[in-house]
Design a protein around this ligand. Sequence first.
Ligand code: HEM
Ligand code: NAG
Ligand code: NAG
Length: 323
Amino acid sequence: MAERNNKGSLLVLVALAVVVLLAAQVKPAVAGDYTTYMQNKVRDIVKANRAVAPGFIRLVFHDCWVKGCDGSVLLERADKQAEMDAPQNGGIRGLDVIQTIKDALAAFDKNVTCADAVVYAAREACYVLSDKKIEYAVDGPGSHKDALTSSMADAGALPPPFANFTDLVANFNAKGFTARDVVVLSGAHAVGQAHRPTFESRLDKSVSGRGEINGWYQGEVDRVSNASPTKAVHNNVRDLYKAEAEPGVLDNGYYKANLQNTVLFNSDWTLRTDTAAASEMQQYKDSAATWYALFGEAMARLSRLPAEGATLAVPRTKCSTAN
Ligand code: HEM
Ligand SMILES: *[C@@H]1O[C@H](CO)[C@@H](O)[C@H](O)[C@H]1NC(C)=O
Ligand SMILES: *[C@@H]1O[C@H](CO)[C@@H](O)[C@H](O)[C@H]1NC(C)=O
């Protein structure tokens, strides 16, 4: 009899614990918190759209670098003079998924902006594509205000793929980032894809002749990108022959590829022309853990760049238009 009562109270306790856990899960966010509940929601959407997940990591760079993290890269313009229409934003993808994420989160917290959604999508893309190795803190809903306008000219703040090391460092310094950050963040090119116009100048024989790209790699990139209907190749040499929908793995593989002269952009190769950058690359190649930590820390800073232009008091309903 006593035993039955114990079992009974145990059941009641378990039931109570379940109720408390459920309540904790559906409880609306404490103002300003990116909660575990939201994180899991975004993570699930990113997992379901794994093929375009590298696109989110590029997107947060392209959003936050241009007048801060304000979702301006998502805005469409009838005159095709928006940020997204600039050559620097060629190949941006996954914008429909950002809207899906924004809508899913807004159902729990109406303060979630489109700019928040970009930051969260990138965070979870890093986590998912790195097999849980990269995780960093981001500010909560409403911290990244949605921009009112977008302008093609502003995209000039983004570095072009033909940039040399001096250009890259100057570009990063202008945003309060260091030469080391150039090296650390370029490691994102372990995943995703690129289209022919961004690396075509590197396919000239004079470039391999000067030792700026591996000759075999150059030939294969030329062949594979030409055969692709979208004229795209994987950023990472180890994914060269994989299906286009394969996003790749976000690890320190970029550094091995770069030190072996098998990277796509001049902006990648040029890191070898600087002594400090070359030694940092060797360090990250030798220690994935070192790079994961530095990359997460730099992504956290990137994700916090404040909006510089006019912003809306309330989140955009449709991320492509300013209400
Ligand atoms: C240092 C200067 C950088 C330059 C010049 C550069 C340039 C480019 C270019 C030209 C592409 C190809 C886009 C396409 O053709 O579809 C690309 C792709 C990509 N970039 Fe960068 N990038 C830079 C830094 C970064 C940073 C800081 C990040 C993020 C932390 C990043 C993340 C990515 C990712 C993930 C892709 C693949 C996108 C996809 O698969 O859709 N890049 N980058
Ligand atoms: C939304 O933002 C307002 C103003 O900052 C704040 O008072 C409110 O608590 C926030 N709502 C949620 C659900 O976080
Ligand atoms: C880097 O490129 C710029 C043009 O973008 C050029 O003016 C400069 O001389 C180059 N620097 C080096 C070190 O090659």
